[in-house]
Design a protein around this ligand. Structure first.
Ligand code: BTN
Length: 327
């Protein structure tokens, strides 16, 4: 964490004035370095009052997604675990690299912008600067491969919990892992797994989450598909609050895995809007994608989707083989 973020973290967590001397002592830096950091923060849009013999007080903050902002809202003893970047190709790729070099479970990478954000099925994920949250979280579970796809469904629950606790907004889940507000997508999840070749043991899981928070508009091709919390509610939000609550919800998920399933399954069922709907199930048939009409019946205990096709046959779908679209 750089000096500016360290000073910001102190200012955010102090309810009263903090003297330049106290900051210089606790950070082990000079008074001049504290002054430079305060100047830099003011340039970034922070409203910081300074009063002789009292020190500095933070009056107002812009919506900046920085480590100072996020770490001020976390109980982490050290500043090492959560990396916040201005820009990166993809937070998933960045974290997968750290994972391959031995990063511990719980490591987090957040970025204000992605130049090569990745979506599911090889698609790209629109990740403009300054409005969204692009976050990746590392898990190293001891569980077996059969139930690993459930982690994405649990993640959908963790995200909806974090949005609710941050901003009081109720979102819903479209099977298997899109988060919707007013029927439009506000968040996508891309989970990437790394397996040890020789033993088949799971080495790491990187959960990637992209949330549209303050965007005012989207490219033409996403119109009628994607939206943001700001567009749907008519106000702007402080992203650091959601980023911090999301990390806390993912920490809870990691410690609940796998024994805490009841909560995630019940919450998933309550928030899922796919059950009961007419849907199209898309399958790859000889290289081409074919859509088949069906009715979504229920979410099974393993988070697969029970559907009835028009010929009356009933099947359980798992996310790997199909894509569903509400008709
Ligand atoms: C989808 O809906 O297709 C999944 C989108 C996942 C996007 C997130 S943003 C953070 C992480 N890094 C990436 O490159 N992708 C995921």
């Amino acid at each position: 964490m750089n000096t500016r973020d360290s000073v910001l973290k102190i200012l955010i967590t102090s309810s009263d004035y903090v003297s330049g001397e106290d900051m210089s002592r606790s950070l082990g830096i000079s008074r001049a370095a504290v002054n430079t950091a305060v100047k830099g923060l003011r340039n970034d849009g922070y409203d910081i009052l300074s009063v002789t013999n009292k020190g500095y007080k933070l009056l107002n903050s812009p919506d900046n997604l920085t480590s100072g902002e996020v770490l001020a809202l976390m109980d982490d003893k050290s500043n090492e675990r959560i990396i916040v970047l201005d820009s990166v190709t993809s937070t998933n790729d960045y974290l997968k690299d750290l994972a391959s070099k031995g990063a511990p479970a719980g490591k987090v990478v957040i970025s204000d912008h992605q130049t090569k954000g990745k979506g599911r099925r090889g698609r790209s994920f629109e990740s403009p600067k300054g409005n969204g949250i692009y976050l990746s979280y590392l898990m190293r579970p001891q569980s077996d491969l059969t139930n690993i796809s459930e982690i994405t469904a649990w993640t959908a629950v963790a995200i909806t919990d974090a949005i609710r606790s941050s901003y009081g907004i109720e979102t819903s889940i479209k099977w298997v892992n899109d988060i919707l507000l007013n029927g439009l997508k506000i968040c996508g999840i891309l989970t990437e797994l790394s397996i040890e070749g020789e033993t088949g043991r799971i080495d790491s899981i990187v959960i990637g989450i992209g949330i549209n928070v303050n965007e005012d508009s989207f490219p033409k091709e996403l119109e009628g598909i994607a939206t943001s919390l700001a567009i749907e509610t008519g106000r702007k939000y402080k992203r650091s609050v959601l980023a911090a609550n999301l990390i806390k919800a993912l920490d809870k998920l990691a410690s609940d895995w796998t024994s805490g399933k009841d909560y995630y399954l019940e919450s998933y069922k309550q928030r899922n809007i796919t059950s009961g709907k007419s849907i199209k199930v898309y399958k790859i048939m000889e290289g081409a994608e074919e859509g088949i009409n069906a009715t979504a019946l229920d979410i099974n205990p393993d988070f697969s989707l029970k559907v009835r096709y028009e010929d009356g046959s009933i099947h359980d779908l798992n996310s790997g083989e199909v894509r569903v679209r509400n008709i």
